[in-house]
Design a protein around this ligand. Structure first.
Ligand SMILES: [Zn+2]
Length: 399
């Protein structure tokens, strides 16, 4: 492992952007000598986050089934993700601003990242019309028409008071032609520049501790991914997101797309792979230089009866757990595993009890957070390549 200089030492002190506006900073503490993995610290106004980090998804300003105390105190979550599209439609950005911002509204003491809304507009809403200025879309709630522009989504996220904001992106489905992906990418780049300019103007008037990450797109074409990363790197932002993954493509392709831009994105800024992945895939993303990830899988799968353990998956409805007095995972330190049996959880699941979702989500999130802690520890101690080999051979048994 090699200690890297902190961002403060590495950056040029005389550019106005670095001097005045960089509010979220990233510090690399250790790097793996054989992969691109790194362990770092992401400093925000709502605390310092150890990376690589997994961010639980709180779509509607709540991680379904858990209290903020469960998340912050029991699970040790330092950053979670909330969803601009959903919160913009209900209760509305101005409403949240009036109630003191998202942190106060949802009583969350740690950092919040909000996505751009782009992915939901392109996947959830009904009618939509894309123009160079933004996207007009129909709410999935009541059919009302709304417009997202690069500027308006920055304003909404500033009203939320998010620590990390995302620039509006055009997120194509999979598969699309190279031609379509190229047009879509050029639009995303234009929007990223507009969002960035708007954000800098807003921040210049009212300095606040935020960061805006643009999103690398380019569908499954390495040349477009590289073009995207080069153009966005020129914006010199506080961090970079990699979007357009987990849209139905085979997993090796997602990893290849991350790999395509690793050497282009500035190494002293955090990289966030959006919407990935399965437990056994997390280390593979980290090995390709990813510092931040989020995914609905641990919470959604928990509610659907799929529990992740250090020994593979447990599908809790199976009859074999009917009289099983063991916890979900004997190696897990979570509240659920400390007190509840598989038999009881199966009973709650089959009875449709609310408590099942709370206990199961708690366990699955603990599993993800533990994996990230193991990965970080392996990077710091210099044993990440061994860790990666073990995970890869184990996942062949599991899948
Ligand atoms: Zn557990």
């Amino acid at each position: 492992m090699a200690a890297a200089p902190s961002l403060q030492q590495a950056e040029t002190p005389d550019t106005p952007y670095n001097q005045n506006l960089r509010q979220v900073s990233f510090e690399i503490q250790a790097e793996c000598p054989t992969t691109r993995a790194r362990a770092g610290l992401l400093h925000t106004a709502h605390g310092t986050i150890e990376t690589p980090v997994f961010m639980p998804v709180g779509t509607q300003a709540t991680v379904k089934g858990l209290t903020q105390r469960d998340l912050a105190e029991d699970l040790g979550v330092k950053i979670l993700l909330a969803n601009t599209y959903h919160l913009f439609l209900r209760p509305g950005a101005e409403s949240i601003r009036g109630l003191g911002g998202l942190h106060r509204f949802m009583s969350w003491p740690n950092a919040i990242l909000t996505d751009s809304g782009g992915y939901q507009v392109f996947s959830l809403s009904g009618l939509r019309k894309i123009t160079d200025h933004g996207v007009v879309f129909q709410s999935h709630l009541d059919g009302s028409l709304h417009t997202f522009t690069p500027e308006s989504t920055v304003d909404a996220q500033l009203a939320f008071g998010s620590d990390i904001l995302m620039a509006l992106d055009d997120c194509p489905e999979y598969p699309v032609s190279h031609e379509y992906a190229r047009e879509s990418l050029e639009r995303t780049l234009r929007w990223a520049r507009l969002a960035h300019e708007h954000y800098r103007r807003r921040l210049a008037d009212n300095p606040a501790p935020h960061a805006l990450f643009p999103i690398v797109q380019g569908s499954m074409f390495p040349d477009l991914r590289r073009r995207s990363a080069e153009a966005l790197a020129a914006l010199d932002t506080d961090g970079y997101a990699i979007g357009g993954l987990s849209v139905g493509e085979p997993r090796p392709l997602s990893l290849e797309m991350v790999e395509a831009t690793e050497d282009i994105l500035p190494r002293d800024r955090p990289r966030y792979a959006m919407g990935v992945g399965m437990p056994h895939e997390l280390a593979d993303y980290v090995a390709r230089g990813i510092d931040m990830m989020d995914c609905v899988l641990p919470s959604r799968n928990a509610r659907n009866g799929c529990l992740f353990t250090s020994q593979g998956r447990v599908v809790i409805k199976h009859a074999r757990y009917k009289d099983d007095a063991r916890p979900i995972d004997e190696n897990c330190p979570c509240y659920t595993c400390a007190g509840y049996s598989r038999a009881y959880l199966r009973h709650l699941f089959l009875a449709g009890e609310i408590l099942y979702a709370a206990l199961a989500t708690r366990h699955n999130l603990q599993r993800y957070l533990d994996i990230m802690r193991e990965i970080r520890q392996a990077i710091v101690s210099g044993s990440f390549p061994d860790y990666l080999r073990t995970i890869r051979s184990a996942s062949e048994d599991v899948e």
